[in-house]
Design a protein around this ligand. Structure first.
Ligand SMILES: Cc1cc2nc3c(=O)[nH]c(=O)nc-3n(C[C@H](O)[C@H](O)[C@H](O)COP(=O)(O)OP(=O)(O)OC[C@H]3O[C@@H](n4cnc5c(N)ncnc54)[C@H](O)[C@@H]3O)c2cc1C
Length: 217
């Protein structure tokens, strides 16, 4: 498939939160040409925060995570192409090549490709990644697989003691798994929280002229 009307096409690479919002926003703001959104996942744009919380615990379904229904994109005349990766961008020709080999021309290009879980730098990581009980956690499908293996009494090792790792640990403990969290830094949440200080260093006494005040640092 090659889009003929490339002169009039806004192409969004990625179909995450940013892409989903952008697709309808540019229509609302008056873009009259084509809007095409290409995502490598099979899903409509969805919220990731509940993945490690309500979705992992089974309290919400995949559909409940979708930002908007397909009909909303259709109404905004957004063409959504799922399961497809943009492999190459030719900026001179203003054209992208898709994983299925097709090409799409564009006049405006939005890169909304988001982030990925960092790949572990371990020897023979390719073989480890093929194991049935090894998972990265970034997408809805990753969490659906992890959820299927959450059996009470199982042992779970989480690599990474940031928000996502600890949220998963909390859900797993509630489900009766035995959880170990491995963190490379000296403490969990080290990148996002300040260290706690012993009580004696947390308070200081300032003495203004008339009275004394205690200040929590
Ligand atoms: C488990 C989890 C919990 C989180 N919890 C919180 C939270 O509580 N609070 C908070 O503020 N943030 C949270 N975040 C972070 C938040 O979800 C991200 O900031 C947000 O997803 C970023 O949205 P995005 O659209 O920029 O990118 P992404 O959500 O990463 O979406 C990008 C999309 O583009 C696709 N893509 C990439 N390359 C290509 C390509 N070449 N071709 C086609 N498609 C491509 C990807 O497959 C993906 O679907 C969490 C993230 C995770 C994973």
């Amino acid at each position: 498939m090659t889009v003929v009307d490339a002169e009039n096409t806004a192409l969004i690479v990625g179909a995450g939160h940013a892409a989903g919002e952008c697709a309808t926003a540019i229509r609302e703001q008056g873009w009259t040409g084509r809007i095409v959104m290409v995502g490598e996942e099979p899903h409509l744009p969805y919220q990731r925060p509940p993945l490690s919380k309500a979705f992992l615990s089974g309290e919400s379904t995949a559909e409940q995570l979708y930002l908007k229904q397909l009909s909303t994109y259709e109404k905004a005349r957004v063409k959504f192409i799922p399961n497809t990766r943009v492999e190459r961008i030719d900026r001179c020709a203003k054209r992208v090549t898709l994983s299925k080999g097709d090409e799409i021309g564009y006049s405006k290009l939005v890169l909304a490709t988001g982030g990925r879980a960092r790949r572990l730098a371990l020897p023979d990581i390719e073989s480890i990644e093929k194991l049935q009980n090894f998972h990265y956690l970034r997408t809805l499908d990753h969490v659906a697989q992890i959820r299927n293996q959450f059996h009470p009494g199982s042992r779970l090792v989480i690599i990474g003691g940031g928000y996502v790792g600890l949220e998963v640990a909390a859900v797993a403990v509630k489900r009766g798994l035995h959880v170990t969290v491995l963190e490379a830094l000296p403490r969990v949440l080290a990148r996002v929280t300040a260290p706690s200080f012993p009580r004696s260093t947390r308070t200081c006494t300032a003495k203004p002229a008339s009275t004394s005040a205690r200040m929590l640092l």
